[in-house]
Design a protein around this ligand. Structure first.
Ligand code: ADP
Length: 299
C-alpha cells in the first residue's frame, strides 16, 4: 500500500481575453471546475497504474463529490477527513496566449494533525510507502514517523522549498524533482552542472530528475540499490498540454517499483505514461490507464 499525504484542490478555470487588471471587473468566456492538486493527481496516477493507494488529506464536508470522483478512479478515500475548513482551491485565469495566472488557497490541505498522522501510520507495515509533495503541512513530522515505522518515503518537493527539502533529505528513500526543482536545490541556473553536482552534493541520496521532453536521470547513492546512474530518454510525441506530466510520471514509476519491476523498467513505463499524458488536454483526465501504457509500449 502507498499512503499519499497529498493536496486535494478544486481548480476553477476561467478563459479570458486578458488577465483581470487592477480595478477591472470582467466576464469570463468559459468556466470549468476540475479536480486538481499535485497530491490528488498523483493518487489518480497511482491508482490508474494499478497500485493500492490510500489518499490521506482533508476536504470541506460539503464537497463529497470529490470523494465520489476519486473513488471512481480507484483511489481509497477512507483516510480523507471531512472538516469545517474550505477545500483547497486554485483560481486559474487563462489568457489568449495560453498563459496562466493562479491564486492558490491551501485551506483544508494544511489541516493535517499529528494525531491523524500517527493513526494512519499505525496501520502501515514494512513494504508500504509514504508519498508526499510540498502542498500539505507536517511534512517533516510525517517523514520521521514513517521512518520509525519502517515505511519507505518518496518525496516530490513541489512547489520547491529548498530549505525544508534539505532539512528532511535524511528521511527520504526516493526524491523526485523536475529540472527547475533540481536547480533550486543545488543553487545553480544550468541543468547540466546541476546533474553533475547532484551525486557529489548528496552522495547518499536516491533521486529521479525529470527533464521534460529530454527524459529522466536517475542516481542511486545507496549501496543497497547498487550505486547506479541511469539516463532514460523520453518518448517522442506531439505535446499539446504538459499539465500533470510530472504527476503521471511519479504515479506510474512508484506503482511499477512497488510491483517489483526494476528501476529501468519502472522509469520506462513512467515515461510512456507521461508521454501519453502530454498528448492530451487536462490534468487528472489526461492520465492514461495501465492498458493504454502497455499498448503504447508494444508499438
Ligand atoms: P513536470 O511536469 O513536473 O515539470 P517534466 O516536465 O520533467 O515534469 O515531465 C515529466 C516527464 O514527462 C518527463 O520525464 C518525460 O518523461 C515526460 N514528458 C514531459 N514532457 C514531454 C514531452 N514534450 N514529450 C514526451 N515526454 C514528455
Amino acid at each position: 500500500t502507498i499512503y499519499n499525504f497529498g493536496s486535494i484542490n478544486l481548480d476553477h478555470l476561467y478563459q479570458l481575453d486578458h488577465f483581470v487588471r487592477p480595478g477591472e471587473t470582467m466576464a469570463s468566456n468559459s468556466y470549468q471546475c476540475l479536480l486538481g492538486g499535485k497530491g490528488a493527481n498523483q493518487s489518480v496516477a497511482l491508482a490508474k497504474a494499478g497500485a493500492r493507494v490510500k489518499h490521506v488529506g482533508a476536504i470541506h464536508y460539503n464537497d463529497q463529490a470529490i470523494i465520489k470522483q476519486l473513488e471512481s478512479l480507484g483511489v481509497d478515500t477512507a483516510l480523507i477527513e471531512k472538516i469545517d475548513v474550505p477545500t483547497g482551491h486554485a483560481i486559474i485565469q487563462l489568457n489568449k496566449e495560453a498563459e496562466n495566472s493562479i491564486i492558490l488557497y491551501q485551506g483544508a490541505n494544511h489541516a493535517l494533525t499529528e494525531e491523524q498522522v500517527d493513526q494512519v501510520l499505525s496501520q502501515a507495515s514494512a513494504g508500504d510507502w509514504v508519498l508526499l509533495q510540498n502542498e500539505t503541512n507536517l511534512i517533516e513530522y510525517t517523514m520521521r514517523k514513517a521512518q520509525e515505522h519502517g515505511v519507505k518515503v518518496a518525496f516530490n518537493p513541489a512547489p520547491m522549498d529548498a530549505e525544508l527539502t534539505k532539512k528532511v533529505l535524511g528521511f527520504v528513500d526516493l526524491l523526485i524533482v523536475n529540472e527547475v526543482e533540481a536547480m533550486d536545490l543545488i543553487g545553480t541556473s544550468d541543468i547540466d552542472s546541476t546533474i553533475a553536482a547532484f551525486p557529489k552534493a548528496y552522495p547518499e541520496l536516491t533521486v529521479l530528475i525529470t527533464l521534460g521532453k529530454a527524459g529522466v536521470c536517475y542516481f542511486s547513492g545507496k549501496e543497497s540499490a547498487g550505486k547506479e546512474k541511469l539516463f532514460v530518454k523520453a518518448f517522442s510525441v506531439k505535446a499539446v498540454d504538459t499539465t500533470a506530466a510530472g504527476d503521471t510520471f511519479i504515479g506510474f514509476c512508484l506503482a511499477s517499483l512497488m510491483n517489483g519491476d526494476d528501476i529501468t523498467q519502472s522509469i520506462t513505463r513512467a515515461c510512456a505514461a507521461s508521454a501519453i499524458c502530454v498528448t492530451r488536454l487536462g490534468a487528472a483526465s489526461s492520465i492514461p490507464t495501465q492498458d493504454e501504457v502497455t499498448a503504447f509500449l508494444a508499438k
